[in-house]
Structures are given as C-alpha cells and as structure tokens.
Design a binder for this molecule. Structure first.
Ligand code: AOF
Ligand code: ZN
Length: 334
C-alpha cells in the first residue's frame, strides 16, 4: 500500500506543478482518484487562483458514483471552508470516497479538512510529507510568516567574487547563464535590487514589478530599470531604519501587503550579507563560472563581518545543481 500511495502522491506533485507560477497566492495542488478496485478514474489540478481546487477539478470529472468506496490522493489537506470556492470536503463526502491520502496538512488556519473527513467516517492517511512541504514552500512561508519568499541570485568566480576592486563585473558568467536568469525572474512576483547595483551597472531588469532599495534617493531618474514595470522604491522616507540602514524586514512586509508572494533578489555582497544575517533569505541560486580572480580585494558575494568560528557559518542544503553553458548553477535552501 505504501509504495502505491507514494506513487500516486508523486503523480499529484507532477499535476500540481502544471500550475506553477499561476496559482499564487494559492498553493500548487494536484489530485488523483482511484475507484474501489484501485483503478485510476480521474485526475485534476489547481490551475489558477480563484478557479476550482484540485480535488473539485478531479471530482467533477467523475461519472455518477464511479469513485464510491475509492481513494482520493491530494498533496494538500482538503479545504473545509468557503473561500473563493466551496469546501472540497463536502464534495469528497458527497462522492462517497472511502479513504483520502494527503501530502501535508494545510497551514491555512481556516482549513480543518482532516477532522471533517474523519467525522464522516473517511480514513485519512499521509505520505511524502517533506516533499509535499517542499513543493509548497512559498505558500507555507507566506501564510506562516506573512512575508514573501526570498531567493537570492548570485554569479561568482570559484573564489566567490562578484567583481574586481574597481567594480568590473562584466561578465563573470556566460551568455547562457544570463539567459537563464531572465527566465528565472519571470517565476517570481517581484525582483529586488539596490541603488548600488543600479548606479554601478545601470541594468534594465525587465519585470512586471521591481523593488529598489534606495535609502538616500540616489538613483538617477534616467536609470534603465525605471523604464518599465511597476516600481516600488524603498527610501528612508517610506521605510523604518535599523542601524542607520533600511529595515529589510519592513520592506518585505510592505511588499507582502502589496500582494507580493516571492522576491528574486539580485544585489551586491553588502546587501546580500545583510539579508543573510537577518535570516531573510530562503534560497540561494549561485552561478559559478570556471574562473579564479585570485585577488582578495575583489568583492565577495556575501560581505558580512566578524564571524570567528566556522560553526557559525550559515548552513545550506543543495537541492539541485547542473551545468548551464560553461557555468555551474547550484540551488540551495537555507
Ligand atoms: C487552492 N487550490 O487545490 C487547494 C487549496 O479562496 P479559495 O477558495 O481558493 O481557497 C484557498 C485556500 O484553499 C488555500 O489557501 C488553501 O488553504 C486551500 N486549498 N487552495 O487554491 C487547491 N486544495
Ligand atoms: Zn479546496
């Protein structure tokens, strides 16, 4: 049973991912239904915020009582509340499903689906919880912390340098890696950078929503980054300060209030170091070019200070890596 449960749960993950980038602020959810003989009779997934939940999508495709006594697999606890859509638990009960297998409990406090199902005599089991939570890590962060999920992107030499001491940084990684970055940006609600980066590189950074950290309103009006998209500039006039700098958590909170669920951060080592120190980074995407600067005065991708023990280094976990053109891309979660 366990192997079969895992197999169908993985199918839920695969279906859920079809909604990637389109479901925010809602989670990615997939659903598979077996009849009482164990034959797969329906599949569904959540396509877009406001549309049917995965369970409803799959349940509404059933013919008559086809799934009576059957099993429903879904990677998130079914909802039991009226939101933009009615409770999925009601439809599961109505269709006479006998067993529900979930990936993870919902972190949304409005949802109490497991007990609703159990009260109706439906057995509820759980498999692959860690994978299910990893799949919806952005949703979990949003609901539990009321903050957007933050991914920091950096591009370095193998000695971790992002520029020489003169500020020269063009180009450490290859064209292919830079094209990959253009694609990545689209998967996040907002891109974020600093006035230092805007002033030094004058990047265009096309995106529908951009946040620039510019405490002293230094960026020139003709900066390319200002040419398109919605722009939010965090300055000392709209953001509280912390140790004389913009309070980064306040900026993130403000973005979350504006409906931003995820942030793709591209900045120099000082800001990256501050974000890291404040525990505000969820993931790091590091492109590493097969180059060695071999000059300690070059800028590092993380530029904090006063860490005297290796045991105090931030610990990350690699979850994906591969070659992009001539460079390596490593994805880490903190
Ligand atoms: C989804 N898709 O497949 C499932 C969700 O406003 P509503 O009615 O769309 O409800 C959103 C909440 O429903 C969401 O935060 C999550 O807790 C729960 N389950 N949501 O968008 C789904 N199963
Ligand atoms: Zn639902």
């Amino acid at each position: 049973m366990k192997n079969a449960d895992e197999k169908y749960m993985r199918e839920c993950f695969r279906l859920a991912l079809k909604g990637k980038g389109k479901t925010f602020p809602n989670p990615m959810v997939g659903c598979v239904i077996l009849n009482k003989e164990g034959k797969l009779v329906s599949k569904g997934y959540h396509k877009k915020c406001g549309e049917n939940h995965a369970e409803r999508d799959a349940l509404l495709k059933l013919k008559n009582n086809e799934a009576e006594g059957g099993t429903l697999y879904v990677n998130l606890e079914p909802c039991s509340h009226y939101g933009k859509t009615p409770p999925c638990t009601d439809l599961i009960i109505e269709k006479k499903i006998k067993r529900v297998v979930i990936g993870m409990k919902d972190v949304n406090p409005k949802v109490d689906g497991i007990s609703q199902l159990k009260k109706s005599g439906i057995a509820v089991d759980s498999v692959l919880r860690e994978e299910a939570e990893f799949l919806n890590r952005i949703f979990i962060k949003n609901i539990t912390k009321k903050l957007p999920y933050v991914v920091l992107k950096t591009a370095t030499t193998i000695d971790g340098k992002i520029s020489t001491k003169t500020g020269d940084s063009k180009w450490i990684t290859s064209q292919k890696a830079r094209e990959e970055v253009y694609k990545m940006r689209k998967e996040y609600d907002c891109i974020m950078t600093s006035s230092n980066t805007v002033i030094a590189d004058n990047p265009k950074m096309e995106h529908k929503f951009k946040c620039i950290l510019d405490k002293d309103e230094r960026i020139p009006k003709e900066s390319l980054i200002l040419k398109d998209g919605n722009i939010y500039i965090a300055t000392k006039n709209n953001t509280p300060l912390k140790n004389g700098r913009l309070n980064l958590k306040s900026v993130l909170k403000e973005l979350y209030k504006m409906g931003i669920c995820s942030v793709f951060l591209e900045c120099g080592g000082t800001l990256a170091g501050s974000f890291l120190k404040e525990n505000l980074i969820d993931e790091v995407f590091q492109f590493i070019a097969p180059e060695i600067l071999n000059d300690n005065s070059g800028s590092s991708c993380f530029n904090g200070d006063s860490v005297l023990k290796i045991k105090d280094a931030k610990k990350l976990k690699i979850y994906e890596f591969g070659k992009i053109g001539e460079d390596i891309l490593i994805k880490y979660v903190l």
